[in-house]
Design a protein around this ligand. Structure first.
Ligand SMILES: Cc1cc2nc3c(=O)[nH]c(=O)nc-3n(C[C@H](O)[C@H](O)[C@H](O)COP(=O)(O)O)c2cc1C
Length: 253
């Protein structure tokens, strides 16, 4: 049975057949299930940094930026990419990956941008709360942020739009994020139209382009350990959003 028929590869993808080993011995059978694929591969089985939670700063923002910089220097690919979780009108959770644009100076607001008329934009309009999760595998570090979400003024979104690459601006000008697409050709046509529009009006801003800030209510730093002596530190905001105070709590792993 072909790998694709077994559901182990996607349509159009092929997996190379296992060939004989260097000595001509038969190659091991290809793994057939998730447990088999993952056998002998426990997560975080590598040297990891330590985290002295008791010496952590009073606020989560500087610690997040410090961990992000460490991830960057450790060669984590795309360390600024995070998962944003929202809930839809039925209370069903939804999640997708986005790019982190900034952490505000007070270290309380995590900034991202997207289309306000996308599913996530509509979910945030209905229910302005979200969770952000990031995992940096090379360091065995996870950060979780929960809080309320605020959409910035259009002027802020316009200024942010101008900082984006032409390709990103064209993509946003195309719009219709997550709508059903009739064919790849339909998309290519829309891209060509958006490209011509950007050439004619370089300061064009995509309708509905929006910048959001996730104002943290809780931020948790999680340092993994191969022996499961994970270290967890949770910050909980006690003061107002823009002039926060934080309490710190160690958590059982
Ligand atoms: C690495 C990566 C970065 C992404 N960054 C963004 C982003 O910054 N903004 C955005 O709207 N979508 C981004 N996306 C696409 C989203 O994951 C998602 O497909 C899209 O926003 C539609 O989500 P929605 O249907 O929940 O609204 C990114 C995807 C990946 C894989």
């Amino acid at each position: 049975m072909a790998a694709e028929e077994e559901g182990l590869t996607g349509p159009g993808e092929t997996r190379p057949a296992p060939g004989p080993g260097p000595g001509g011995e038969p190659a091991p059978a290809a793994p057939r299930s998730v447990p088999e694929l993952m056998l002998g591969r426990p997560p975080m089985a590598r040297p990891l940094p330590t985290f002295d939670a008791e010496a952590a700063p009073a606020e989560p923002g500087p610690l997040f930026v410090d961990w992000l910089a460490t991830a960057l220097h450790a060669g984590v690919p795309d360390p600024q990419v995070f998962t944003l979780s929202t809930v839809d009108a039925d209370g069903l959770p939804d999640a997708r990956v986005l790019v982190l644009r900034d952490v505000d100076a007070a270290g309380t607001g995590w900034v991202f941008s997207t289309a306000a008329d996308s599913p996530k934009g509509r979910q945030l309009a209905d229910h302005p709360a979200a969770a952000l999760t990031v995992y940096w595998p090379q360091l065995g570090r996870q950060v979780r942020v929960r809080g309320t979400v605020e959409r910035a003024a259009d002027q802020v979104a316009g200024a942010e739009f101008a900082t984006r690459s032409p390709a990103a601006r064209i993509g946003a000008l195309v719009g219709r994020q997550s709508e059903p697409l009739a064919s790849p050709a339909e998309y290519e046509e829309a891209v060509a139209v958006a490209r011509r529009r950007l050439e004619a009006t370089p300061d064009a801003v995509a309708a509905g382009h929006a910048v959001y800030t996730l104002w943290a209510h809780e931020v948790e730093f999680w340092q993994g350990d191969a022996e499961r002596h994970h270290v967890r530190l949770r910050y909980t905001r006690t003061g107002p959003v823009r002039t926060p105070e934080w309490s710190r709590t160690l958590l059982w792993p």
